[in-house]
Design a protein around this ligand. Sequence first.
Ligand SMILES: [Zn+2]
Length: 157
Amino acid sequence: MPTSPPAAGRLSSSTRTSVRNYDKSVHSPTFEMQLPSVVSLKTFVKPSTHPAFTRFNVFLRDRFACQYCGARDDLTFDHLIPRSRGGTTTWVNVIAACSPCNLKKGSMTIEEAHMFPAQMPFQPTVHHLHRNGRMFPPNYLHESWLDYLYWDTELEP
Ligand SMILES: [Zn+2]
């Protein structure tokens, strides 16, 4: 077995390399720069006043209506600055939009598409979301948004 020791040596060497790379990417300044909203939400912002950045809460902030045309069906999300052009998935860049509007806007900015949201996205307070929640009948959200766990998952930036 003359080839065995070198093979083992290569294996452990490659393992060490991958661990080092993983460690490096997690702690690099570049990586943290990509997550400013999550970092601030979890460490600096009071959870009682600043709600989690979830699909449900984004829709609640936007009153479950497309911010371009007002439609209430077929809702999805639109990035004002498209992700393909460096836009982040954050409170201030994501709005509720129906699929047709989302498709129409594509990878354009709102200026290029000449599509302007009724309300520019912002970081809401819990109070704001509660106020919006009272605008809907008790069973309205329950029927439309059954998969609550999915909707309550924090969005990936
Ligand atoms: Zn629309």
